[in-house]
Design a protein around this ligand. Structure first.
Ligand code: B12
Ligand code: SF4
Ligand code: SF4
Length: 371
């Protein structure tokens, strides 16, 4: 079959399976990208995401993942929300979950579609393949740019002229040489809205991020106590952050996703709704959502910090019971949060009580720092 016809066939199959955009590229990785990645690691900008170190060799050499791979087919899934998520930052008593996590888990949805395409490739074209989404050791944004899906914006994510900043990425490794001619899809120009909007100043300049400061990292990946200096900046965000994506001017060309399981039309719940949860309720409420992967305790930590930022003193009664939690990180978060909401007299009462009862050094440190 001619290359042009093969591409056409695969193109049709990928779009028929519900993906929104695709492109082919070779597996070569530019020297500069390898250097940037290793600098990112050397500077420890990845924080606790140690798997990014373990992934390094495979990421810069896709043949270590699959020795037969010759090309990468990159697919994109539009998950554009129906309204600008920046507006949710103002709803201080609500638990602000990133639009990508308000519905079903995109990993599962994309994996199912990729599996169907993989079977089709094998049965129809006798082509073996490997499929990947997100957590695999693949430079997804780099390959997406090379496959003409868009360009890596200053916020480090891929920007598309058609879908703005709202594309999930996934890959199919192919054992054949098939590629699209690289054509620059666009640039950020002089815009730097994403850099300016970041509440925690996580960007180190164009295309560079210190992930340790990113609210997405802090709420999803980071297990410890949220650094004190960043707590207020988290506002009501309890899972991920969309600020740098939301301000991107290219979003004006995007249209709401038609993938029902990925739309973010469901409204946000109040913080007290979650403060009343326990592990069982958490597991069943987030059964199909990506939120479940952080587990109840990390989610509760985030909910308590957001409650401290809410200026809603009604939440105090819902926070108090969590002071008895076995996990010192939860008790520490409660202290910080209560000290944001209580009056001087109540703070004093709480301090005296905790000084008698609390034995954990870290929790006592929180008490000292917040007194
Ligand atoms: C680790 C990770 C994170 C980390 C680190 C983020 C980051 N920017 O690397 C954290 C937890 C913070 C994160 C957050 C988010 N993530 Co994330 N994440 C990943 C993951 C698993 C790996 C990315 C990685 O390798 N990072 C390491 C750095 C070194 O890689 P890099 O950004 O590609 O770095 C390059 C550039 O920065 C550049 N560079 C570095 N220095 C310099 C200097 C100059 C001068 C230049 C020109 C370039 C340059 O070179 C580097 C090497 O290629 C990918 C999936 C994957 N397998 O790729 C998803 C992925 C990037 N995440 C994604 C999403 C959606 C998000 C969030 C929006 C989720 C949310 N709403 O909370 C946020 C966005 C935050 C942000 N602004 O990046 C999507 C992005 C889709 C897209 N359109 O690009 C991906 C691709 C997952 C997917 N399959 O769809 N994420
Ligand atoms: S996701 Fe939020 S915290 Fe992270 S870099 Fe973007 S704006 Fe900053
Ligand atoms: S907000 Fe501006 S600088 Fe940031 S990615 Fe979009 S176009 Fe580029």
């Amino acid at each position: 079959m001619k290359m042009k016809d093969l591409k056409k066939k695969i193109n049709r199959e990928v779009l028929n399976n519900g993906f929104d955009i695709l492109g082919f590229t070779k597996i070569h990785i530019d020297q500069e990208i390898k250097k940037n990645y290793s600098e990112f690691l050397k500077n420890n900008y990845h924080g606790e995401m140690k798997w990014l170190e373990r992934h390094y060799e495979k990421k810069i050499n896709p043949r270590l993942i699959w020795s037969d791979v010759r090309s990468v087919l990159v697919v994109g899934q539009n998950y554009a929300p129906y309204e600008n998520p920046l507006k949710y930052n103002r709803e201080r008593s609500k638990a602000n979950i990133s639009v990508y996590a308000r519905n079903h888990d995109y990993h599962k949805i994309m994996q199912e579609k990729l599996s169907k395409i993989q079977t089709w490739l094998k049965n129809e074209l006798k082509i073996e393949s490997k499929i990947f989404v997100d957590s695999s050791p693949i430079l997804e944004k780099y390959f997406a740019e090379k496959a003409n899906l868009g360009w890596q914006g200053k916020h480090t994510n891929l920007v598309s002229k058609k879908f703005g900043s709202w594309l999930f990425l996934a890959e199919i490794f192919l054992p054949i040489n098939i590629e699209d001619k690289f054509e620059e899809q666009g640039t950020c120009g002089t815009c730097k809205k994403c850099l300016d909007v970041c509440p925690t100043n996580a960007f180190l300049g164009n295309n560079k991020i210190d992930a340790r400061k990113c609210i997405s990292y802090l709420t999803i990946e980071y297990k410890g106590p949220i650094p004190m200096t960043l707590r207020k900046k988290m506002g009501n965000k309890v899972y991920g952050c969309d600020d740098c994506l939301s301000v991107c001017p290219w979003n004006k060309f995007s249209t709401e996703t038609i993938e029902e399981k990925l739309n973010s039309n469901n409204s946000l719940n109040n913080l007290d709704f979650f403060l009343n949860f326990d592990k069982e309720k958490f597991d069943s409420f987030f059964l199909k959502s990506p939120v479940k992967r952080i587990g109840w305790e990390r989610f509760l930590r985030n909910i308590i910090i957001a409650s401290g930022n809410s200026e809603n003193t009604d939440l105090v009664d819902y926070i108090y019971p969590h002071l008895k939690n076995q996990n010192p990180i939860i008790r520490g978060a409660c202290i910080w949060s209560l000290f944001q909401l209580l009056c001087v007299k109540e703070k004093d009462k709480l301090r005296k009580k905790l000084l008698l009862e609390e034995k954990n050094k870290y929790v006592l440190y929180e008490l000292r720092m917040n007194s």
